[in-house]
Design a protein around this ligand. Structure first.
Ligand code: NAD
Ligand code: UGA
Length: 429
Protein backbone atom coordinates (compact mmCIF):
# COMPACT_ATOMS: atom_id res chain seq x y z
CA UNK A 1 0.00 0.00 0.00
CA UNK A 2 1.10 3.61 -0.46
CA UNK A 3 1.17 5.68 2.70
CA UNK A 4 1.79 9.30 3.56
CA UNK A 5 2.93 10.28 7.05
CA UNK A 6 2.24 13.96 7.80
CA UNK A 7 4.76 14.89 10.49
CA UNK A 8 8.13 13.15 10.51
CA UNK A 9 8.91 13.30 14.23
CA UNK A 10 9.29 10.45 16.74
CA UNK A 11 6.02 8.81 15.67
CA UNK A 12 5.84 9.65 11.95
CA UNK A 13 9.46 8.77 11.25
CA UNK A 14 9.56 5.52 13.23
CA UNK A 15 6.19 4.20 12.10
CA UNK A 16 6.77 5.37 8.51
CA UNK A 17 10.16 3.66 8.37
CA UNK A 18 8.78 0.48 9.93
CA UNK A 19 5.79 0.44 7.54
CA UNK A 20 8.28 0.67 4.67
CA UNK A 21 10.25 -2.17 6.20
CA UNK A 22 7.20 -4.46 6.10
CA UNK A 23 6.77 -3.74 2.41
CA UNK A 24 4.65 -0.60 2.04
CA UNK A 25 5.73 2.47 0.07
CA UNK A 26 5.90 5.44 2.41
CA UNK A 27 6.13 9.18 1.82
CA UNK A 28 7.16 11.03 4.99
CA UNK A 29 6.31 14.73 4.92
CA UNK A 30 7.52 17.43 7.26
CA UNK A 31 7.17 21.18 7.08
CA UNK A 32 10.59 21.47 8.71
CA UNK A 33 12.96 21.37 5.75
CA UNK A 34 15.98 20.85 7.96
CA UNK A 35 14.50 17.53 9.09
CA UNK A 36 13.78 16.48 5.49
CA UNK A 37 17.26 17.50 4.26
CA UNK A 38 18.92 15.54 7.02
CA UNK A 39 16.84 12.46 6.27
CA UNK A 40 17.50 12.74 2.54
CA UNK A 41 21.22 12.86 3.27
CA UNK A 42 20.83 9.44 4.93
CA UNK A 43 20.86 10.53 8.58
CA UNK A 44 18.11 10.15 11.13
CA UNK A 45 16.76 13.40 12.54
CA UNK A 46 16.21 11.80 15.97
CA UNK A 47 18.16 9.43 18.19
CA UNK A 48 16.38 6.07 18.25
CA UNK A 49 18.39 2.82 18.40
CA UNK A 50 18.41 0.94 15.09
CA UNK A 51 16.54 3.65 13.19
CA UNK A 52 19.43 4.97 11.09
CA UNK A 53 20.11 1.56 9.56
CA UNK A 54 16.42 0.96 8.84
CA UNK A 55 16.05 4.38 7.20
CA UNK A 56 19.09 3.80 4.98
CA UNK A 57 17.92 0.32 3.97
CA UNK A 58 14.38 1.37 3.01
CA UNK A 59 15.43 4.68 1.46
CA UNK A 60 17.85 2.76 -0.78
CA UNK A 61 15.16 0.21 -1.69
CA UNK A 62 12.95 3.12 -2.80
CA UNK A 63 10.18 2.26 -0.39
CA UNK A 64 10.79 5.28 1.87
CA UNK A 65 10.76 8.89 0.68
CA UNK A 66 11.16 12.21 2.50
CA UNK A 67 9.68 15.45 1.24
CA UNK A 68 8.35 18.79 2.38
CA UNK A 69 5.90 18.86 -0.54
CA UNK A 70 2.66 17.75 1.05
CA UNK A 71 0.63 17.86 -2.16
CA UNK A 72 3.07 15.52 -3.89
CA UNK A 73 3.16 13.06 -0.99
CA UNK A 74 -0.62 13.09 -0.50
CA UNK A 75 -1.39 12.37 -4.11
CA UNK A 76 1.12 9.54 -4.30
CA UNK A 77 -0.66 7.79 -1.39
CA UNK A 78 -3.93 6.01 -0.58
CA UNK A 79 -3.75 6.23 3.20
CA UNK A 80 -2.73 9.45 4.99
CA UNK A 81 -1.48 9.30 8.58
CA UNK A 82 -1.61 12.44 10.69
CA UNK A 83 1.42 12.25 13.04
CA UNK A 84 1.88 15.88 14.05
CA UNK A 85 2.40 17.09 17.62
CA UNK A 86 -0.47 17.68 20.06
CA UNK A 87 1.20 19.60 22.91
CA UNK A 88 -0.59 21.21 25.85
CA UNK A 89 -1.72 24.78 25.19
CA UNK A 90 0.42 27.36 26.98
CA UNK A 91 -0.69 27.81 30.62
CA UNK A 92 -3.60 25.46 30.09
CA UNK A 93 -4.46 21.80 30.51
CA UNK A 94 -6.14 21.57 27.14
CA UNK A 95 -4.68 20.13 23.98
CA UNK A 96 -3.37 22.33 21.18
CA UNK A 97 -4.92 20.80 18.07
CA UNK A 98 -3.77 23.51 15.68
CA UNK A 99 -1.19 21.24 13.97
CA UNK A 100 -3.78 18.51 13.46
CA UNK A 101 -6.34 20.89 12.01
CA UNK A 102 -3.73 22.54 9.78
CA UNK A 103 -2.81 19.10 8.43
CA UNK A 104 -6.52 18.35 7.83
CA UNK A 105 -6.91 21.64 5.94
CA UNK A 106 -3.93 20.79 3.77
CA UNK A 107 -5.37 17.37 3.00
CA UNK A 108 -8.68 18.98 2.08
CA UNK A 109 -6.93 21.46 -0.18
CA UNK A 110 -4.51 19.18 -2.01
CA UNK A 111 -5.96 15.64 -2.13
CA UNK A 112 -7.32 14.91 -5.59
CA UNK A 113 -8.79 11.43 -5.12
CA UNK A 114 -10.49 9.41 -2.36
CA UNK A 115 -8.27 8.91 0.69
CA UNK A 116 -8.38 7.24 4.08
CA UNK A 117 -7.22 9.66 6.78
CA UNK A 118 -5.78 8.00 9.88
CA UNK A 119 -5.09 9.98 13.06
CA UNK A 120 -2.02 8.58 14.80
CA UNK A 121 -1.44 11.71 16.85
CA UNK A 122 -2.90 11.51 20.36
CA UNK A 123 -6.12 13.52 20.13
CA UNK A 124 -9.10 14.25 22.41
CA UNK A 125 -12.43 12.48 22.03
CA UNK A 126 -14.29 13.90 19.06
CA UNK A 127 -11.24 15.18 17.14
CA UNK A 128 -12.05 12.75 14.32
CA UNK A 129 -15.49 14.39 14.06
CA UNK A 130 -13.83 17.83 13.87
CA UNK A 131 -11.41 16.64 11.18
CA UNK A 132 -14.37 15.37 9.19
CA UNK A 133 -15.92 18.82 9.33
CA UNK A 134 -12.72 20.40 7.99
CA UNK A 135 -12.59 18.01 5.05
CA UNK A 136 -15.02 19.78 2.75
CA UNK A 137 -15.80 17.04 0.24
CA UNK A 138 -16.79 14.41 2.80
CA UNK A 139 -17.43 11.64 0.27
CA UNK A 140 -13.76 11.74 -0.68
CA UNK A 141 -12.49 10.90 2.83
CA UNK A 142 -12.86 8.31 5.58
CA UNK A 143 -11.47 9.42 8.94
CA UNK A 144 -10.09 6.74 11.24
CA UNK A 145 -8.34 6.73 14.61
CA UNK A 146 -5.30 4.47 15.03
CA UNK A 147 -3.50 5.64 18.18
CA UNK A 148 0.20 4.94 18.57
CA UNK A 149 1.58 3.21 21.66
CA UNK A 150 5.31 3.10 20.94
CA UNK A 151 7.86 4.13 23.56
CA UNK A 152 10.86 6.22 22.70
CA UNK A 153 14.09 4.27 22.91
CA UNK A 154 12.24 1.04 22.18
CA UNK A 155 10.17 2.30 19.31
CA UNK A 156 11.21 -0.13 16.59
CA UNK A 157 10.59 -3.15 18.77
CA UNK A 158 7.26 -1.66 19.89
CA UNK A 159 6.21 -1.19 16.25
CA UNK A 160 7.19 -4.70 15.26
CA UNK A 161 5.76 -6.46 18.30
CA UNK A 162 2.96 -4.23 19.57
CA UNK A 163 0.86 -5.38 22.54
CA UNK A 164 -2.16 -4.30 20.51
CA UNK A 165 -3.24 -2.46 17.39
CA UNK A 166 -6.33 -0.32 17.97
CA UNK A 167 -8.43 0.91 15.09
CA UNK A 168 -11.43 3.16 15.64
CA UNK A 169 -13.83 3.88 12.83
CA UNK A 170 -17.49 4.68 12.31
CA UNK A 171 -17.37 2.93 8.91
CA UNK A 172 -17.11 -0.87 8.84
CA UNK A 173 -15.55 -0.97 5.38
CA UNK A 174 -12.37 0.77 6.46
CA UNK A 175 -11.45 -1.81 9.13
CA UNK A 176 -10.48 -4.32 6.46
CA UNK A 177 -8.07 -1.91 4.75
CA UNK A 178 -6.30 -0.91 7.96
CA UNK A 179 -6.15 -4.49 9.19
CA UNK A 180 -4.47 -5.56 5.95
CA UNK A 181 -1.93 -2.77 6.40
CA UNK A 182 -0.88 -4.32 9.70
CA UNK A 183 -1.28 -7.94 8.59
CA UNK A 184 2.46 -8.83 8.78
CA UNK A 185 2.38 -7.82 12.48
CA UNK A 186 -0.98 -9.46 13.20
CA UNK A 187 0.30 -12.69 11.61
CA UNK A 188 3.21 -12.58 14.07
CA UNK A 189 0.79 -12.43 17.02
CA UNK A 190 -0.08 -8.75 17.53
CA UNK A 191 -3.59 -8.34 18.96
CA UNK A 192 -5.95 -6.31 16.80
CA UNK A 193 -9.00 -4.53 18.26
CA UNK A 194 -11.57 -2.44 16.51
CA UNK A 195 -13.94 0.02 18.10
CA UNK A 196 -15.67 3.23 17.15
CA UNK A 197 -13.57 6.33 16.49
CA UNK A 198 -14.18 8.04 19.81
CA UNK A 199 -13.43 4.80 21.64
CA UNK A 200 -9.99 4.55 20.05
CA UNK A 201 -9.28 8.18 20.89
CA UNK A 202 -10.07 7.55 24.55
CA UNK A 203 -8.16 4.23 24.79
CA UNK A 204 -4.95 6.16 24.11
CA UNK A 205 -5.47 8.78 26.85
CA UNK A 206 -6.75 6.21 29.34
CA UNK A 207 -3.69 3.99 28.72
CA UNK A 208 -1.17 6.80 29.26
CA UNK A 209 -3.02 8.10 32.34
CA UNK A 210 -3.12 4.60 33.82
CA UNK A 211 0.62 4.05 33.29
CA UNK A 212 1.35 7.47 34.83
CA UNK A 213 -0.84 6.46 37.79
CA UNK A 214 1.07 3.22 38.27
CA UNK A 215 4.42 5.05 38.34
CA UNK A 216 3.09 7.72 40.68
CA UNK A 217 1.72 5.08 43.02
CA UNK A 218 5.07 3.31 43.31
CA UNK A 219 6.86 6.66 43.75
CA UNK A 220 4.63 7.48 46.72
CA UNK A 221 5.21 4.02 48.21
CA UNK A 222 8.96 4.67 47.74
CA UNK A 223 8.59 7.78 49.93
CA UNK A 224 7.09 5.58 52.62
CA UNK A 225 9.89 3.01 52.22
CA UNK A 226 12.51 5.70 52.81
CA UNK A 227 10.89 6.55 56.16
CA UNK A 228 10.45 2.97 57.29
CA UNK A 229 13.67 1.23 56.29
CA UNK A 230 12.05 -0.89 53.58
CA UNK A 231 13.51 -1.55 50.13
CA UNK A 232 11.17 -0.38 47.34
CA UNK A 233 12.67 -2.96 44.96
CA UNK A 234 11.21 -5.71 47.19
CA UNK A 235 7.82 -4.03 47.12
CA UNK A 236 7.83 -3.67 43.31
CA UNK A 237 8.80 -7.32 42.99
CA UNK A 238 6.31 -8.50 45.58
CA UNK A 239 3.43 -6.48 44.13
CA UNK A 240 4.36 -7.02 40.50
CA UNK A 241 4.33 -10.81 40.85
CA UNK A 242 0.55 -10.60 41.14
CA UNK A 243 -0.49 -10.92 37.49
CA UNK A 244 -3.47 -8.68 38.17
CA UNK A 245 -1.01 -5.89 39.03
CA UNK A 246 1.85 -6.74 36.63
CA UNK A 247 5.53 -6.03 37.17
CA UNK A 248 6.08 -3.37 34.51
CA UNK A 249 5.99 0.37 35.21
CA UNK A 250 6.61 -0.19 38.89
CA UNK A 251 10.11 1.28 38.88
CA UNK A 252 10.34 4.11 41.37
CA UNK A 253 12.36 7.08 40.16
CA UNK A 254 12.23 10.82 39.70
CA UNK A 255 8.94 12.36 38.55
CA UNK A 256 7.72 10.81 35.30
CA UNK A 257 8.51 12.96 32.29
CA UNK A 258 8.66 12.80 28.51
CA UNK A 259 6.62 14.18 25.69
CA UNK A 260 3.46 12.29 26.56
CA UNK A 261 2.55 11.35 30.17
CA UNK A 262 2.67 14.95 31.44
CA UNK A 263 0.68 16.41 28.54
CA UNK A 264 -1.72 13.48 28.13
CA UNK A 265 -2.74 13.33 31.81
CA UNK A 266 -3.50 17.05 31.61
CA UNK A 267 -5.27 16.57 28.27
CA UNK A 268 -7.50 13.86 29.72
CA UNK A 269 -8.54 16.13 32.58
CA UNK A 270 -9.49 18.91 30.18
CA UNK A 271 -11.48 16.47 28.01
CA UNK A 272 -13.38 15.24 31.10
CA UNK A 273 -13.86 18.77 32.48
CA UNK A 274 -15.64 19.73 29.27
CA UNK A 275 -18.05 16.86 29.88
CA UNK A 276 -18.35 17.88 33.56
CA UNK A 277 -16.76 14.61 34.69
CA UNK A 278 -14.38 14.86 37.63
CA UNK A 279 -11.30 12.67 37.07
CA UNK A 280 -10.10 13.21 40.62
CA UNK A 281 -7.64 10.30 40.51
CA UNK A 282 -5.81 11.61 37.44
CA UNK A 283 -5.80 15.10 38.96
CA UNK A 284 -4.07 13.80 42.07
CA UNK A 285 -1.54 11.90 39.94
CA UNK A 286 -0.53 15.16 38.25
CA UNK A 287 -0.34 16.90 41.64
CA UNK A 288 1.73 14.11 43.17
CA UNK A 289 4.14 14.12 40.22
CA UNK A 290 4.60 17.89 40.55
CA UNK A 291 5.16 17.52 44.29
CA UNK A 292 7.77 14.86 43.61
CA UNK A 293 9.93 17.31 41.67
CA UNK A 294 10.10 19.58 44.75
CA UNK A 295 10.58 16.62 47.07
CA UNK A 296 13.71 15.50 45.17
CA UNK A 297 15.18 19.00 45.28
CA UNK A 298 14.61 19.05 49.06
CA UNK A 299 16.25 15.63 49.29
CA UNK A 300 19.35 16.96 47.55
CA UNK A 301 19.54 19.74 50.15
CA UNK A 302 19.21 17.15 52.91
CA UNK A 303 22.09 15.26 51.33
CA UNK A 304 24.54 18.10 50.64
CA UNK A 305 23.21 20.94 52.74
CA UNK A 306 21.21 24.12 52.31
CA UNK A 307 24.05 26.18 50.93
CA UNK A 308 25.14 24.65 47.64
CA UNK A 309 27.06 27.68 46.32
CA UNK A 310 30.19 26.51 44.43
CA UNK A 311 29.34 22.84 44.99
CA UNK A 312 30.14 20.73 41.95
CA UNK A 313 27.00 18.86 40.94
CA UNK A 314 27.27 16.35 38.12
CA UNK A 315 24.38 14.93 36.12
CA UNK A 316 24.79 11.57 34.45
CA UNK A 317 22.15 11.64 31.72
CA UNK A 318 19.70 14.49 31.24
CA UNK A 319 17.06 13.02 28.91
CA UNK A 320 13.79 11.79 30.47
CA UNK A 321 14.68 8.17 29.73
CA UNK A 322 17.55 6.25 28.12
CA UNK A 323 17.98 5.57 24.39
CA UNK A 324 16.39 8.82 23.31
CA UNK A 325 17.60 12.37 22.76
CA UNK A 326 14.18 13.75 23.73
CA UNK A 327 14.35 16.40 26.47
CA UNK A 328 10.62 17.18 26.61
CA UNK A 329 9.48 17.38 30.25
CA UNK A 330 12.65 15.72 31.52
CA UNK A 331 13.07 16.10 35.31
CA UNK A 332 16.56 17.56 34.65
CA UNK A 333 14.91 20.64 33.12
CA UNK A 334 13.69 21.60 36.58
CA UNK A 335 16.68 20.38 38.60
CA UNK A 336 19.62 21.83 36.67
CA UNK A 337 18.38 25.47 36.47
CA UNK A 338 17.37 25.29 40.17
CA UNK A 339 20.83 24.17 41.36
CA UNK A 340 22.48 26.61 38.97
CA UNK A 341 20.42 29.49 40.41
CA UNK A 342 21.52 28.45 43.89
CA UNK A 343 25.14 28.94 42.81
CA UNK A 344 26.22 25.35 42.14
CA UNK A 345 28.59 24.49 39.30
CA UNK A 346 26.86 21.98 37.05
CA UNK A 347 28.57 19.55 34.75
CA UNK A 348 26.74 16.92 32.78
CA UNK A 349 27.30 14.05 30.44
CA UNK A 350 24.67 12.57 28.17
CA UNK A 351 25.27 9.97 25.45
CA UNK A 352 23.15 12.06 23.05
CA UNK A 353 25.33 15.14 23.48
CA UNK A 354 24.99 18.71 24.77
CA UNK A 355 21.51 20.18 25.13
CA UNK A 356 20.50 23.61 23.91
CA UNK A 357 18.11 23.84 26.91
CA UNK A 358 21.17 24.53 29.13
CA UNK A 359 23.31 26.73 26.87
CA UNK A 360 22.19 29.95 28.57
CA UNK A 361 23.34 28.70 32.00
CA UNK A 362 26.78 30.17 32.63
CA UNK A 363 28.02 27.54 35.05
CA UNK A 364 26.59 24.52 33.32
CA UNK A 365 29.07 22.61 31.22
CA UNK A 366 28.72 19.53 29.02
CA UNK A 367 31.52 16.97 28.86
CA UNK A 368 31.59 14.24 26.26
CA UNK A 369 33.22 11.77 28.64
CA UNK A 370 31.86 10.41 31.92
CA UNK A 371 35.29 10.62 33.58
CA UNK A 372 35.76 14.29 32.74
CA UNK A 373 32.26 15.23 33.89
CA UNK A 374 32.66 13.41 37.22
CA UNK A 375 36.28 14.28 38.03
CA UNK A 376 35.62 17.14 40.49
CA UNK A 377 32.19 16.06 41.72
CA UNK A 378 30.87 16.82 45.18
CA UNK A 379 27.57 15.23 44.21
CA UNK A 380 26.76 12.96 41.28
CA UNK A 381 23.10 12.71 40.36
CA UNK A 382 22.47 9.60 38.31
CA UNK A 383 19.47 10.94 36.42
CA UNK A 384 18.90 8.60 33.45
CA UNK A 385 19.41 4.84 33.38
CA UNK A 386 21.64 4.50 30.29
CA UNK A 387 23.45 1.14 30.13
CA UNK A 388 26.84 2.85 30.21
CA UNK A 389 26.14 4.13 33.74
CA UNK A 390 25.46 0.67 35.15
CA UNK A 391 28.95 -0.43 36.17
CA UNK A 392 31.07 2.62 36.78
CA UNK A 393 34.03 2.58 39.15
CA UNK A 394 33.22 5.88 40.85
CA UNK A 395 36.14 5.70 43.28
CA UNK A 396 38.45 5.65 40.30
CA UNK A 397 36.87 8.47 38.31
CA UNK A 398 36.12 10.99 41.09
CA UNK A 399 39.06 12.88 42.63
CA UNK A 400 37.20 14.09 45.74
CA UNK A 401 37.07 11.06 48.04
CA UNK A 402 34.09 12.53 49.92
CA UNK A 403 31.81 12.69 46.88
CA UNK A 404 28.16 11.65 47.22
CA UNK A 405 26.20 9.57 44.71
CA UNK A 406 22.45 10.12 44.42
CA UNK A 407 21.12 7.32 42.25
CA UNK A 408 17.63 8.30 41.02
CA UNK A 409 17.27 5.02 39.10
CA UNK A 410 18.45 2.50 41.70
CA UNK A 411 21.12 1.15 39.35
CA UNK A 412 23.50 0.25 42.18
CA UNK A 413 23.13 -1.91 45.28
CA UNK A 414 23.35 -0.06 48.62
CA UNK A 415 25.34 -3.00 50.08
CA UNK A 416 27.92 -2.84 47.32
CA UNK A 417 28.23 0.95 47.68
CA UNK A 418 28.74 0.55 51.42
CA UNK A 419 31.48 -1.98 50.79
CA UNK A 420 33.16 0.52 48.46
CA UNK A 421 32.75 3.24 51.11
CA UNK A 422 30.72 5.40 48.75
CA UNK A 423 28.33 7.87 50.33
CA UNK A 424 25.27 6.59 48.51
CA UNK A 425 21.60 7.59 48.34
CA UNK A 426 18.91 6.12 46.13
CA UNK A 427 15.12 6.03 45.78
CA UNK A 428 12.91 4.24 48.30
CA UNK A 429 15.72 2.33 50.01
P1 NAD B 1 7.22 15.52 17.13
O1 NAD B 1 7.12 16.89 17.65
O2 NAD B 1 8.46 14.73 17.32
O3 NAD B 1 6.94 15.53 15.54
C1 NAD B 1 5.91 16.24 14.93
C2 NAD B 1 6.41 16.68 13.55
O4 NAD B 1 5.29 17.16 12.79
C3 NAD B 1 7.42 17.83 13.59
O5 NAD B 1 8.62 17.43 12.94
C4 NAD B 1 6.72 18.99 12.85
O6 NAD B 1 7.61 19.78 12.10
C5 NAD B 1 5.76 18.22 11.95
N1 NAD B 1 4.57 18.97 11.48
C6 NAD B 1 3.71 19.71 12.22
N2 NAD B 1 2.72 20.19 11.43
C7 NAD B 1 2.97 19.74 10.17
C8 NAD B 1 2.30 19.87 8.91
N3 NAD B 1 1.17 20.56 8.78
N4 NAD B 1 2.85 19.27 7.82
C9 NAD B 1 3.99 18.58 7.93
N5 NAD B 1 4.65 18.40 9.09
C10 NAD B 1 4.15 18.96 10.20
O7 NAD B 1 5.97 14.73 17.71
P2 NAD B 1 5.90 13.18 18.14
O8 NAD B 1 6.61 12.96 19.41
O9 NAD B 1 6.22 12.35 16.94
O10 NAD B 1 4.32 13.06 18.47
C11 NAD B 1 3.36 13.14 17.47
C12 NAD B 1 2.03 12.69 18.05
O11 NAD B 1 2.10 11.31 18.42
C13 NAD B 1 1.60 13.42 19.32
O12 NAD B 1 0.21 13.54 19.32
C14 NAD B 1 2.04 12.49 20.44
O13 NAD B 1 1.27 12.63 21.61
C15 NAD B 1 1.79 11.14 19.81
N6 NAD B 1 2.66 10.06 20.33
C16 NAD B 1 3.98 10.28 20.55
C17 NAD B 1 4.79 9.24 20.99
C18 NAD B 1 6.26 9.46 21.28
O14 NAD B 1 6.88 8.54 21.81
N7 NAD B 1 6.84 10.59 20.99
C19 NAD B 1 4.24 7.97 21.17
C20 NAD B 1 2.88 7.78 20.90
C21 NAD B 1 2.10 8.83 20.47
C1 UGA C 1 4.98 6.47 26.91
C2 UGA C 1 4.19 5.16 26.86
O1 UGA C 1 4.91 4.13 27.54
C3 UGA C 1 3.93 4.72 25.42
O2 UGA C 1 3.12 3.55 25.40
C4 UGA C 1 3.20 5.86 24.70
O3 UGA C 1 3.01 5.53 23.34
C5 UGA C 1 4.03 7.13 24.80
O4 UGA C 1 4.26 7.46 26.19
C6 UGA C 1 3.31 8.28 24.18
O5 UGA C 1 2.10 8.33 24.18
O6 UGA C 1 4.05 9.13 23.72
P1 UGA C 1 7.53 7.17 26.61
O7 UGA C 1 7.09 8.48 27.12
O8 UGA C 1 8.37 7.09 25.40
O9 UGA C 1 6.24 6.24 26.33
O10 UGA C 1 8.38 6.45 27.75
P2 UGA C 1 8.06 5.54 29.04
O11 UGA C 1 8.99 4.40 29.01
O12 UGA C 1 6.63 5.25 29.16
O13 UGA C 1 8.52 6.51 30.22
C7 UGA C 1 7.80 7.67 30.55
C8 UGA C 1 8.28 8.23 31.87
O14 UGA C 1 7.95 7.34 32.94
C9 UGA C 1 9.81 8.40 31.95
O15 UGA C 1 10.10 9.58 32.65
C10 UGA C 1 10.27 7.18 32.75
O16 UGA C 1 11.46 7.39 33.43
C11 UGA C 1 9.10 7.02 33.70
N1 UGA C 1 8.96 5.64 34.23
C12 UGA C 1 8.59 4.63 33.41
C13 UGA C 1 9.20 5.42 35.58
O17 UGA C 1 9.55 6.35 36.34
N2 UGA C 1 9.04 4.16 36.07
C14 UGA C 1 8.66 3.11 35.28
O18 UGA C 1 8.52 1.98 35.81
C15 UGA C 1 8.43 3.36 33.93
Amino acid sequence: MRLCMIGTGYVGLVSGTCFADIGHTVYCVDKNEEVINKLNSGKSSIYEPGLNELIKKNHRSKRLFFTSNISYALNKSDIIFICVGTPSKKNSLSVDLSYVFKAAKEISKFAKKKKIIVTKSTVPIGTGDQIEKILKNKKKFIVISNPEFLREGEAIRDFRYPDRIIVGSNENKSFKTIKSLYLPLINKGAKYFSTNRRGAELIKYASNAFLATKITFINEIANLCEKTGINIEDISLGMGSDVRIGSRFLRAGPAYGGSCFPKDTKGLISIADKEKVDLSLVKSVIKSNEKRKKLLLDKVHTIIGKNIKNKNIVFLGVTFKPNTDDMRDSPSLGMIPYFHKKGANITYYDPTGAKYEFVKLKNCKFYNQINLACKNADLIILHTEWDEFKSLDFNKIVKNKKFILYDLRNLYLPKEMKRKKINYFSIGR
